[in-house]
Design a protein around this ligand. Structure first.
Ligand code: PMP
Length: 295
C-alpha cells in the first residue's frame, strides 16, 4: 500500500485519502454524534464481519441514526475498501456520523449521515509484549454507567476512555482498566478484561461494558478447550490477586497482563491458560473469516 495512494470509502465512493473530507458542521465532529466499529482482516479474510456489522447497526439504532444502506451493502463496502487498498492484514474503521447540521445539537437538523470506511495495514498492537505481558493501571475515572450512556453503544464519544488512556500515558503504562460506577472491574479503554483464578476464567458481566466480539470469541474458545469460564463481578483486590490477567479486543487481540498498578500478576506471563487461549485465538484467525479475494 505504501506505493499506492490510500483509498477511503466515503458515502458510496472510493476516494483518495487527500480528497476524503467531510463538513466541519458534521455532528460527529461537533458532538461525537455517531457510531463506529473497529474490524480486523487476517491474511485476506475479515474476522467476525457479521458480528461487527450487527453491532454497528445496533449502536446506530440506539441513537436513532439511520444508516443509509443495508447490512449486506455495508459488508460489500467494507470488503471493497480492503480490496481496493490491496490489503491482507488490515485494521478497518467504519464510522457513521450524524452528518452535517447546524451548530445546535439537534440531530433532526442533520438529514444525511456520513459513512466512512478506512482500511490500513495492521501490525500486532503491542508488538513483542505478547511474549512478556503489558502493564496496566486502574484509572481513577469511572466507566460511564449504563443508565447515563450505555457502553454497549459504540459511539464516537470516547472521552471517558480517553481520560483513562491519558492516565495510563502519564503513568507510563500500556493501558488503563476502568472500574464501573460501583467500583468493580469493568473494561479497558479499548478492550475487555479477563482474570484466571484456580483454573477458572472470569470476566465482568455484560451490563456495564462494551460487548466485545473478541470477548465472546474467547469465551467460546474456553468452552471448546474445556476451560471453565464465567461472568462475575470482579473486585480490584481479586484483580491484584489473580493467577493470570489478560485483555481482549479487535486491536489488542489476546494481550497478557504482567502488572496491574505495580502489582506483579502470577508466576509467569503469559500464564499457562492465557497462553492456550492466545494460541487458540491465533489459530481461529487463520481459519475463519469472510474472504476479501477469490480463494
Ligand atoms: N471495550 C471497549 C471500550 C472497546 O472500545 C473495545 C474495542 N472495540 C472493546 C471493549 C473490545 O471489543 P471488540 O473485541 O469487539 O473489539
Amino acid at each position: 500500500m505504501s506505493e499506492r495512494e490510500q483509498l477511503i470509502y466515503l458515502n458510496g465512493e472510493l476516494v483518495p485519502r487527500e480528497e476524503a473530507k467531510i463538513s466541519v458542521y458534521d455532528h460527529g465532529f461537533l458532538y461525537g454524534d455517531g457510531v463506529f466499529e473497529g474490524i480486523r482482516a487476517y491474511d485476506g479474510r475479515i474476522f467476525k464481519l457479521d458480528e461487527h456489522v450487527d453491532r454497528l447497526y445496533d449502536s446506530a439504532k440506539a441513537i436513532m441514526l439511520e444508516i443509509p444502506m443495508t447490512k449486506e451493502k455495508m459488508k460489500e463496502a467494507i470488503i471493497e475498501t480492503v480490496r481496493a487498498n490491496e490489503l491482507r492484514d488490515a485494521y478497518i474503521r467504519v464510522v457513521v456520523s450524524r452528518g452535517e447540521g447546524d451548530l445546535g445539537l439537534d440531530p433532526e437538523k442533520c438529514p444525511e449521515p456520513n459513512v466512512v470506511i478506512i482500511a490500513e495495514p495492521m501490525e500486532p498492537l503491542y508488538g513483542d509484549l505478547y511474549e512478556k505481558g503489558i502493564e496496566v493501571i486502574t484509572a481513577s475515572v469511572r466507566r460511564i454507567p449504563p443508565d447515563a450512556l450505555d457502553p454497549k453503544i459504540k459511539s464516537c464519544n470516547y472521552l471517558n476512555n480517553i481520560l483513562a488512556k491519558i492516565q495510563a500515558n502519564l503513568a507510563g503504562a500500556d493501558e488503563a482498566i476502568m472500574l464501573d460506577h460501583e467500583g468493580y472491574v469493568c473494561e479497558g479503554t479499548g478492550d475487555n478484561v479477563f482474570v484466571v483464578e484456580d483454573g477458572t476464567v472470569y470476566t465482568p458481566p455484560e451490563d456495564t461494558i462494551l460487548r466485545g466480539i473478541t470477548r465472546a470469541t474467547v469465551m467460546e474458545i474456553c468452552e471448546e478447550l474445556g476451560i471453565p469460564v464465567e461472568e462475575k463481578r470482579i473486585t480490584l483486590g481479586e484483580l491484584y490477586a489473580a493467577d493470570e490477567v489478560f485483555l481482549t479486543g479487535t486491536a489488542a487481540e489476546v494481550a497478557p497482563v504482567r502488572k496491574v498498578d505495580g502489582r506483579k500478576i502470577g508466576e509467569e506471563c503469559p500464564g499457562p491458560i492465557t497462553r492456550r487461549i492466545m494460541e487458540a485465538f491465533r489459530e481461529l484467525t487463520k481459519k475463519e473469516g469472510t474472504p476479501v479475494y477469490e480463494e
